[in-house]
Design a protein around this ligand. Structure first.
Ligand code: NAD
Length: 354
């Protein structure tokens, strides 16, 4: 029996509905496996701007930093689009990730057999891959600016990776591969970019510590083609911030709706941030129609990675799979002949199956 303190950033739009669903599921897991999950709300994003005039008040950040882990719904909405950059809800996310030093973003993409019809690929095979994306380095965080160039005004962004940054993200990938199918595909553009040359060398150096894991190098353009041609060939994909941003969305689409995909942002400690990959979906907010499964599966990732409760995580993932196999569908997964469930009805069915 364990006690776990979870900070919950409900956020904006459908955030409160989907985090509510995940908290109900965790409470059920607590009852079944004799754990206690304490939830403390951290007000961030647009909700914090409305209340305090800033998206990430220190008090809210402190709640996250003091917790064992953080569960997040989503932030943002059209009413905040015209705010200056520093006040925008998304700043809260970057602020929490940076303050917690969450350098590894894990995005599993698994095709549930019951959802083969929503997969846009013809013969998808058994897709079960995990993208490990470096999250706080690379071109998104490099020097950037505007200057005069040969062709007039010129924007520039510098892509740089240091050995230690590549080493730590590679270790995350190899260690996760050891718990899966023992294969890592490292994605780079080493035929053109210096950054990628160093990336490749560092990944291979780290690989010598993990001889039980197979390593392959794949150029990013080929990786995009392979993900559409035969996504089932991949186990763990490790890559930098920019390539990971694009490839993780591509792999997400291979398995159907955005409403079922979870993610985890972690570091070498056990504290991380767990969130669905979708946004705040403002047009469907408050209608009790959002798909709660992505957030429920994010909570399962929290059980597995933050609390080392793999039996409990399996119970949640199996319950989701069973629920889908029973024909339960929210509006985003609509399938002819199957009834459309509300957010709460879908959550109740998952809870019943735990
Ligand atoms: P979105 O993910 O919110 O929505 C994209 C589409 O998917 C919409 O049609 C939406 O209705 C649908 N959708 C999303 N989640 C769903 C769910 N759980 N169930 C059913 N349908 C779902 O992306 P967007 O429309 O580009 O962005 C909306 C807002 O969310 C923006 O303010 C954006 O900045 C923000 N956003 C936040 C995050 C985050 O908090 N991590 C991520 C992406 C976007």
């Amino acid at each position: 029996m364990g006690t776990y303190n979870i900070a919950v950033i409900k956020g904006d739009g459908i955030g409160p509905e989907v985090t509510g669903a995940a908290m109900d599921v965790l409470t059920k897991v607590g009852e079944r496996f004799s754990h206690k999950f304490n939830f403390t709300e951290s007000i961030c994003g647009g909700a914090a701007y409305d209340k305090y005039g800033e998206p990430l008040p220190q008090e809210s950040l402190d709640v996250c930093l003091k917790s064992d882990s953080v569960l997040l719904g989503a932030v943002g909405g059209p009413q905040y689009d015209s705010l200056p950059y520093e006040k925008r809800p998304e700043r809260a996310l970057l602020g929490v990730r940076k303050a917690m030093g969450l350098y590894a973003n894990l995005r599993p993409a698994r095709l549930f057999p019951a959802l083969e019809k929503v997969c846009p690929l013809k013969n998808p095979g058994k897709i079960d891959l995990l993208v490990v994306r470096e999250l706080i380095g690379g071109i998104y965080f490099g020097e950037k600016g505007m200057r005069r160039g040969k062709y007039g005004a010129e924007g520039y962004d510098v892509m740089a990776y240091g050995e230690l940054e590549v080493e730590r993200i590679s270790r995350v990938a190899f260690e996760l591969a050891q718990k899966r199918r023992h294969k890592v595909s490292s994605i780079d553009k080493a035929n053109v970019l210096k950054t990628s040359g160093l990336w490749r060398k560092c990944v291979h150096d780290v690989h010598s510590d993990y001889p039980d894991v197979e390593l392959e190098d794949v150029l990013v353009d080929n990786a995009a083609m392979q993900l559409v041609r035969d996504p089932a060939q991949f186990d763990v994909i490790v890559t930098g911030n920019l390539f990971g941003d694009i490839l993780s969305d591509l792999s997400a689409m291979c398995v159907g709706s955005i409403g079922i995909l979870p993610s985890a942002s972690i570091n070498e400690t056990t504290r991380g941030l767990y969130e669905p990959i979708h946004g705040s979906a403002p047009t469907i907010a408050g209608k009790n129609i959002a798909n709660p499964l992505a957030t429920i599966l994010s909570a399962a990732m929290m059980l597995r990675y933050a609390f080392d409760l793999s039996e409990e995580a399996d119970a949640v993932e199996n319950a989701v799979e069973k629920t889908l196999a029973q024909g339960a569908r929210t509006a985003d997964l609509k399938e002819e002949g199957l009834p459309v469930l509300s957010t709460t009805a879908m959550t109740e069915q998952v809870i019943k199956n735990i």
